[in-house]
Design a protein around this ligand. Structure first.
Ligand SMILES: [Zn+2]
Ligand SMILES: [Zn+2]
Length: 231
């Protein structure tokens, strides 16, 4: 099986990430993954730059980690794909299938409420997944669900509790939403519990991956790596 990390944060694009792009990609290569999606916190979330900068300058900063990742990926033989994680008050969404040029051309998304933005992204062709929908934390005032605005649910988030993931499973099942998994890795090999999606044949690009998720050809996997960092 060909394994993909779907939920990965790198420093400095994500302010909360603890590992560089190279540290992350070297780790995933060393444990046999075919590819990763870099899904840093977008400009509406915990992005690592000054939020008073113009949209275009923030986007330059944001995209730099992904562009560095593409170059490192070519160097070490690991596929690096693009995604983003949107945020609203601790409620997060993973978005796949739109590229940096699309975000550059659409600064209006920064002024849209999520119930308008998410359908807008989907109309543009994006796959929108609600990340860890039942996460509870001190900085999250309340759980918000968007069942009519999303296509899938992160039913396994390697950083969340079994209870939170179980509630996400129920949410996905009852609303007939796609089941999805990711690690939410902020620290490369320092993250011991991992989750992602795996396929029988190699994924070629973001559109191919989305097609496989929509048609049930990508399967959830979980694993815990030992201290040597091997699967
Ligand atoms: Zn984070
Ligand atoms: Zn995340």
């Amino acid at each position: 099986m060909y394994r993909y990390e779907t939920h990965l944060h790198t420093a400095p694009a994500s302010k909360c990430a603890r590992a560089s792009v190279r540290e992350n990609l070297t780790f995933y290569k060393s444990v046999g993954y075919d590819g990763v999606f870099i899904t840093n916190h977008f400009l509406d979330g915990n992005v690592g730059c000054d939020k008073s900068l113009p949209y275009g300058e923030q986007l330059d900063f944001y995209l730099a980690d992904y562009e560095e990742g593409r170059a490192i990926g070519r160097e070490i033989g690991l596929k690096v794909f693009f995604g983003v994680e949107l945020s609203h008050g601790g409620t997060d969404f993973l978005v796949y299938g739109l590229d940096g040029d699309w975000y550059r051309a659409h600064p209006e998304i920064m002024d849209m409420k999520k119930s308008a933005e998410l359908p807008y992204l989907r109309e543009a062709g994006a796959l929108v997944i609600q990340a860890h929908p039942f996460r509870e934390a001190g900085y999250i005032d309340h759980i918000r669900l968007f069942p009519r605005c999303i296509e899938g649910v992160e039913v396994v988030n390697a950083c969340r509790t079994p209870f939170e993931n179980h509630m996400a499973e129920i949410y996905a099942a009852e609303y007939g939403l796609l089941r999805f998994a990711g690690s939410d890795n902020h620290r490369a090999g320092g993250q011991t519990d991992l989750a992602g999606m795996e396929c029988k044949t190699p994924v070629t690009d973001e559109a191919d991956f989305i097609d496989r998720v929509r048609t049930g050809q990508a399967r959830i996997f979980t694993w815990t790596h030992d201290t040597e960092g091997t699967i």
